[in-house]
Design a protein around this ligand. Structure first.
Ligand code: ATP
Ligand code: MG
Length: 442
């Protein structure tokens, strides 16, 4: 006996509501990015391994442990994208997009990281991504973050996330701060976790956001960046926060916040929630002025963010489809075709309709109730007059529809267009019987 075929660990299959949640996040993203003037951009799902190795930095967790890299049949080393920024930066360089700078772009899709799967952490996950490339001014940071904040607000998450903001300073600031951090951590080397001891030599900033318990007191006592901020870096940060205040975006300072990737400068931020356990960061980003130059392109300031679609999808309320919805119960199998005719006419006027037939009448009504529609339409052939093709009863189920009056007139017009209805227009009320005749009949 062969065992049941399995999905790859850390991948997901989504059905119905779960997939609806996912796409509600994507739909909101696509709506809000237009409000902020971000163009869509599409980049490949895989790139030469160098694109990620060089841009993310060899010492980061992503590059050292998490990349899905493989050799293709031509012997080239390729990597499935672990994030979007590097691929977009590569595209910017390859295509000479600096002619469009400043370039505001948005993308979403799958990303791949070899991580230990758990709640909110997958090996194939999905990200929303927004970047402003070729803009050096702090107003760009503020606009980019305001976009994120509005997206989260439109997803109904304004009260469930907090914007944590920090500055990593300019190159001079960062170098001075890094020196102070190394001195501090060296003094406590023996008490650090093994992982942080390794970071001390390669990427000491990362010790600050270590999740190891033994590292926390040492990290919390580390020197703060504020003592090392150059006047320029300090002015930049002040302009970003002033921009956020002007945009009405609430923020809190988190002086311990660093980004995992080496190329960040100035602004670093995360929107975090308490509602997802250890996977509390739903959206994260910052300024990466050095990246494109590092990758062999022209010196290009840029700022961006990425968000995990699954983490957002878990937080939002269950999305409701756009109403109204109808369950059309056919009480007789003779009515199958006139049922199709009515259902099609409803769908053409943007009313979603599910036809319920088959099984006992009771079963049909139970099934209709389960669909939880706004209206139940019942079609029967009990009281047919001559030339009548069906008798229809319309019942309003949901009292939540604000526009039921408007809806009635829409149905009224639809019935009139598709059937001959012997009753005065405007007389449609919930529960009344309506005789349907063929258009051709007199
Ligand atoms: P974490 O600390 O959770 O590992 P990260 O710093 O590696 O996050 P980024 O590289 O900044 O994450 O990616 C941006 C966002 O993508 C994260 O804030 C998170 O919402 C999401 N994300 C990252 N890795 C995963 C994953 N393996 N599964 C699901 N979502 C993820
Ligand atoms: Mg990670």
């Amino acid at each position: 006996m062969s065992s049941k075929i399995q999905a790859v660990r850390g991948t997901q299959d989504m059905l119905g509501v779960e997939a609806d949640r996912f796409h509600a996040v994507v739909a909101a993203f696509d709506r809000v990015r237009r409000l902020y003037g971000f163009q869509r951009v599409e980049v490949p799902m895989f790139e030469p391994t160098q694109v990620f190795a060089r841009s993310l930095g060899e010492t980061t967790d992503v590059v050292s442990k998490e990349m899905y890299s493989f050799e293709d049949k031509g012997g080239d080393s390729l990597t499935l994208r672990p994030e979007f920024t590097a691929g977009i930066a590569r595209a910017y360089i390859s295509n000479g997009w600096q002619q469009h700078a400043p370039l505001k772009v948005a993308a979403w899709g799958a990303a791949f990281r070899y991580e230990r799967p758990q709640k909110g952490r997958f090996r194939q996950f999905h990200q929303l991504d927004a970047e402003i490339i070729g803009a050096a001014e702090p107003a760009a940071d503020a606009e980019l973050i305001a976009f994120a904040a509005q997206l989260l607000a439109e997803l109904g998450l304004a009260d469930r996330v907090t914007l944590q903001l920090n500055t990593l300073g300019d190159a001079a600031t960062r170098a001075a701060w890094r020196g102070a951090l190394v001195a501090h951590f060296e003094a406590h080397r023996a008490d650090l976790s093994e992982e942080s001891r390794a970071r001390l030599d390669k990427n000491p900033l990362r010790i600050l956001d270590s999740k190891e318990r033994q590292d926390r007191p040492i990290a919390d006592a580390a020197p703060a960046i504020d003592d090392y901020l150059s006047a320029e870096a300090s002015d930049f940060f002040a302009a970003v926060t002033a921009g956020l205040d002007a945009a009405g975006v609430a923020w809190t300072r988190n002086a311990r916040l660093v980004r995992g990737l080496d190329y960040y400068r100035h602004t670093a931020f995360e929107f975090v929630t308490d509602d997802l356990g250890a996977q509390g960061t739903v959206l994260a980003g910052g300024r990466y002025d050095g990246l494109i130059e590092n990758m062999g392109g022209p010196g290009t300031p840029a700022v961006g963010w990425a968000a995990g679609i699954e983490r957002l999808a878990m937080l939002i309320d269950e999305p409701r489809g756009e109403g109204p919805t109808v369950a059309l119960v056919l009480e007789s199998d003779e009515l199958n075709y006139v049922g199709i005719r009515l259902a099609s006419a409803l769908r053409r006027i943007q009313i979603s309709c599910e036809v319920v037939s088959g099984g006992s009448i009771k079963k049909r009504f139970d099934k209709a109730k389960k669909l939880d529609p706004d209206y139940v339409f019942t079609m029967n052939d009990h009281l047919l007059a001559s030339n009548q093709i069906a008798s229809l009863r319309i019942k309003l189920i949901s009292s939540q529809r604000k526009s039921s009056h408007l809806f009635d007139s829409k149905i009224e017009m639809m019935l009139d267009e598709n059937f001959k209805v012997r009753r005065p227009l405007g007389s449609l009320t919930s529960g009344s019987d309506i005789g349907l005749f063929d258009k051709a009949e007199h």
